[in-house]
Design a protein around this ligand. Structure first.
Ligand SMILES: *[C@@H]1O[C@H](CO)[C@@H](O)[C@H](O)[C@H]1NC(C)=O
Ligand SMILES: *[C@@H]1O[C@H](CO)[C@@H](O)[C@H](O)[C@H]1NC(C)=O
Length: 363
């Protein structure tokens, strides 16, 4: 079946991320195996039309016309960029239609709104009830009444730990999660996606809305992803839709002593002359989900060290995933229903990626 969405963005960005990380692996393999290197070089030569190339063998007048075709191709890339701008506009338009539903979701989660009986009816519940035998039904009833009493005692508000549970259920996010992050994420009440305004450079912002808490004074933490949606002048044929170029976080106003992105360590220092030893305390970065809000900066020259590059590649994937999957279908990640589907998606993307490779290296 046809998923225009995934054609427009999903695959493209994920493929970009995948290429970033797999290119390095490939290089390593190639370096280690001269035969692979030679075979690849031959195929690439075939593609470039260099030494053994077909292009070289063409008469000058034909080569000239091929250049004209390439110029047409550049124009196509610019039209494609316009296409993606319109996709972005459509997304903005539809975001406004989804928003009231997401707001209601948030109100139910944070107990600002109690859904009616009618709103709480769900078909699957009835089916389940029908399948239990009479005896089980009695037990179930007793159990439910007990649970009801428990609930009245604890009186849970809304849906406790909704977003924290979502985070724990998604590998991509739970990998970043540290134990000391969990008490903080219990206060997360909503994640919103905001698109850039028309006429502005293309970007989207993830807003993490928190209830008042002991950890920091911010009520909203933000992460903005800037996209490039036009062909690169120097390499127009590589254009394949919008790409995340860089991202910016925000300053978290941690309450004193609550900064989980820092830890203090004690270090022994030896005095050079006297040989005496003293203990000094140093603060060093600590693993935390909240490092998500201080991503590595891309320097002016655009060159990053390997670590930062890897952090950013993972970061872009996470940002994209939150926007594209988590925010639109949060409840299904809370219940776990969306998780199997995602595995399927990844398989599909893997297969597509393989196809892509085959196309790049013609037989
Ligand atoms: C730093 O990380 C460790 C282990 O992940 C954790 O136990 C500790 O609480 C963190 N430090 C602070 C100050 O949050
Ligand atoms: C929290 O820790 C980070 C380093 O991880 C540091 O850059 C920041 O200034 C600290 N914030 C506060 C309020 O202490």
């Amino acid at each position: 079946d046809f998923h225009p969405q995934s054609i427009c963005r999903d695959n493209i960005i994920l493929l970009t991320v995948m290429c970033l990380s797999s290119a390095r692996q490939l290089t390593v393999q190639m370096m280690q195996n001269p035969q692979i290197l030679a075979a690849l070089q031959e195929r690439l030569d075939g593609l470039n039309g260099s030494p053994s190339g077909y292009m070289e063998s063409l008469p000058k007048v034909v080569k000239r016309r091929v250049n004209a075709l390439k110029n047409l191709q550049v124009k196509c890339a610019h039209i494609e960029a316009k296409f993606y701008e319109e996709v972005h506009e459509l997304e903005r338009k539809y975001a406004a239609l989804y928003q009231p539903l997401f707001d209601k979701r948030s109100d139910i989660v944070k107990a600002a709104y109690e859904p009616t009986d009618e709103e709480c009816e769900w078909k699957a519940d009835e089916e389940e009830e029908l399948t239990v035998s009479k005896q089980d039904e009695m037990k179930e009833k007793a159990k439910l009444e007990e649970e009801k009493k428990d609930e009245e005692k604890e009186d849970p508000k809304g849906i406790p730990e909704f977003w924290l549970t979502v985070f724990k259920n998604v590998d991509l996010l739970s990998d970043m999660l540290q134990e000391h992050d969990e008490p903080i994420l219990k206060h997360l009440q909503d994640i919103k996606v905001k698109f850039s305004d028309p006429g502005q450079p293309m970007s989207f912002t993830l807003e993490f809305h928190f209830e008042p808490n002991d950890f920091f004074t911010n009520t909203v933490l933000t992460k903005t992803y800037k996209m490039r949606s036009e062909p690169d002048e120097n390499d127009p044929f590589s254009f394949d839709g919008p790409e995340i170029m860089c991202c910016t976080g925000c300053t978290i106003d941690w309450t004193k002593g609550k900064n989980v992105t820092l830890k203090t360590i004690k270090k022994k220092q030896k005095h050079k002359g006297r040989g005496t030893v003293r203990t000094v305390t140093k603060t060093v970065p600590n693993d935390s989900f909240f490092n998500f809000f201080t991503p590595p900066e891309v320097p002016e020259n655009g060159e990053l060290d390997e670590d930062s590059e890897a952090v950013l590649a993972a970061d872009f994937e996470i940002g994209h995933f939150i926007r594209e999957r988590i925010v639109p279908r949060a409840v299904l990640y809370f219940t776990g229903e969306a998780i199997e589907d995602d595995d399927d998606d990844y398989d599909e993307e893997g297969e597509e990626a393989d196809d892509e490779v085959k196309h790049l290296w013609p037989q």
